[in-house]
Design a protein around this ligand. Structure first.
Ligand code: KIV
Length: 287
């Protein structure tokens, strides 16, 4: 039997990336969390990238509204529409075979009423999403509960929530002082109780992310939140060093030293699984 030197292997010795792997389910993601196996997630906005992520063994693919900046060239995610997210979700769903597919509810598609949020989520699920992601805590708890009750898996998103960039005063680290940290912990607790099976923590101190992770009933996925979450996510173009402008400190260039994009993504998956990425001293925030 020939051994593929690029085949990623989990810390438990199991191969984690084959073209024919079984579809990743919520049940499987929970089992990974329970076994201490890190979850790897990356963004994709098109079928080719989605297939590549799948081939590289990414557990999850996120059709992020970051496409507003990465694909459309806007300065923020705010202009992205629901119709555009539906379109990109159908593209990704066609390329994807087995990664768990999460799509962002864009700004303005769930802030009105619970009914509006349900209708928007239904459109994304019909386009091929398996889970929808929404930003913020507090008022979103009832939205999460309504979606979950209707059989729609939800990923919440706390910390730096890009749809609130103007209210937050820029893309800056969140939850630094005791009051803000308490608020984030309370929001996470309520979202978890409302049934959000996944929680993205963006740009929060790693100790706070670790505390939230320890209590969270679902899976936490960090981005600029240290290495003690259940998984990691990055924007694909950022980690391939293929995006314009300065990159956040927490991004590592996985193309450096990689002979191909597929190899770079495999390295990301392997390094997330083995805990090599992120290196908190380089890619995380303390407090
Ligand atoms: O839109 C996006 O890509 C995201 C990730 C950066 C978490 O929300």
């Amino acid at each position: 039997m020939s051994i593929d030197p690029h085949q990623p292997v989990s810390p438990y010795g199991t191969p984690i990336a084959t073209a024919a792997r079984k579809p990743v389910t919520l049940h499987r993601l929970r089992a990974m969390r329970d076994a201490g196996e890190k979850i790897a997630m990356l963004t994709a906005y098109d079928a080719t990238s989605a297939r590549l992520l799948d081939d590289a063994g990414s557990d999850c693919v996120l059709v992020g509204d970051s496409l507003g900046m990465v694909v459309q060239g806007h300065a923020s995610t705010l202009p992205v529409t629901l119709e555009q997210m539906v379109y990109h979700t159908t593209c990704v769903a066609r390329g994807n075979r087995s990664s768990w597919l999460v799509t962002d509810l864009p700004f303005g598609s769930y802030q009105g009423t619970v009914e509006q949020a349900v209708q928007s989520a239904v459109m994304l699920m019909q386009a091929g999403a398996q889970m929808v992601k929404l930003e913020g805590g507090g008022w979103t708890t009832s939205v999460v509960a309504a979606l979950v009750e209707r059989g729609i898996p939800v990923c919440a998103h706390l910390g730096l929530t890009p749809q609130s960039v103007h209210a937050l005063g820029g893309y800056r680290i969140q939850g630094r002082d005791a009051i803000a940290a308490d608020r984030l912990r309370a929001h996470a607790r309520n979202l978890g109780q409302a049934g959000a099976a996944m929680l993205v923590l963006e740009l929060v101190p790693s100790d706070l992310a670790a505390q939230i992770t320890a209590d969270y009933p679902g899976m936490t996925i960090g981005i600029g939140a240290g290495c003690r979450t259940h998984g990691q996510v990055l924007v694909l173009q950022d980690m391939l060093d293929f995006s314009a402008g300065p990159k956040p400190r927490f991004v590592r260039n996985f193309m450096a030293g990689s002979p191909s994009i597929l190899d770079a993504v495999r390295t990301y998956v392997r390094d997330v699984k083995s805990g090599v990425f992120p290196d908190e001293s380089l890619h995380g925030y303390s407090s």
